[in-house]
Ligand binder design. Structure first.
Ligand SMILES: O=C(O)CCC(=O)C(=O)O
Ligand SMILES: [Fe+2]
Length: 208
């Protein structure tokens, strides 16, 4: 990772580009949930990482938890429906995902949430994307990862085996079906020395 990122500092970086989505592979998670994976969907991921790390107006949020105000352990950015995304390849990614999943999803992907995990101390706790319609309806959340591979865990809410995925530099992961209702997901902290990761999450309108 470090070596690859250095290449771009010397101006050798390849421009970010997307491959086709034909190679997407689905894994059923049970209870009507599934996850689609396409490793290496984005090429030139070094350049996208550096662009996003350097230009996105990252926010450090604080939230009340257990009657204490604590820092959210990652940096965030949010692009509402129709907002200009921070790199044109992300507009192309959203359009390609909307076209690929049109029949199954029945609506386009609209919003983009970005998370910046600065190191192994940054994380996201177990949760489902259930603030919006994901609470009651099947939907999809498509995640493009750049930077350090970090474990993304998925487990049924009612108990059962945890699936451990490792989305890495340029990889696509799509959670679909009942995933947000029947399962939780997390990016746990790690004691390993890890470099930064940025995830870009595309969601349909009303899913958060
Ligand atoms: O960073 C990721 O891949 C997951 C982020 C996530 O679950 C969320 O923002 O809801
Ligand atoms: Fe999530």
């Amino acid at each position: 990772m470090t070596v690859a990122l250095q290449g771009s500092l010397f101006g050798e970086a390849e421009a970010p580009a997307l491959l086709g989505l034909d190679g997407v592979r689905r894994t059923a998670l049970g209870y009507g949930a599934w996850v689609d994976l396409l490793p290496g969907w984005l090429t030139g991921a070094d350049q996208l990482f550096e662009h996003l790390a350097g230009t996105v107006p990252w926010r450090a949020e604080r939230r009340e938890m257990y009657e204490r105000v604590v820092g959210v352990p990652r940096l965030l950015a949010y692009y509402a429906d129709r907002a200009e995304l921070p790199h044109p390849v992300l507009d192309r990614a959203r359009a390609a995902l909307s076209a690929h999943y049109a029949a199954e999803l029945g609506e386009p992907f609209r919003t983009a949430g970005l998370c910046y995990y600065r190191d192994g101390r940054d994380s996201v706790a177990w949760h489902g994307d259930r603030i919006g319609r994901g609470r009651s309806e099947d939907t999809m959340v498509a995640i493009l990862s750049v930077g350090e591979p970090r474990a993304l865990l998925l487990r049924p809410r009612d108990g059962g085996d945890t699936v451990r995925l490792m989305p890495g530099h340029g990889d696509l992961l799509v959670m679909g079906g009942s995933c947000q209702r029947t399962h939780d997901h997390a990016v746990p902290k790690t004691a390993r020395r890890v470099g930064p990761r940025i995830s870009i999450q595309f969601r349909p309108r009303g899913v958060a």
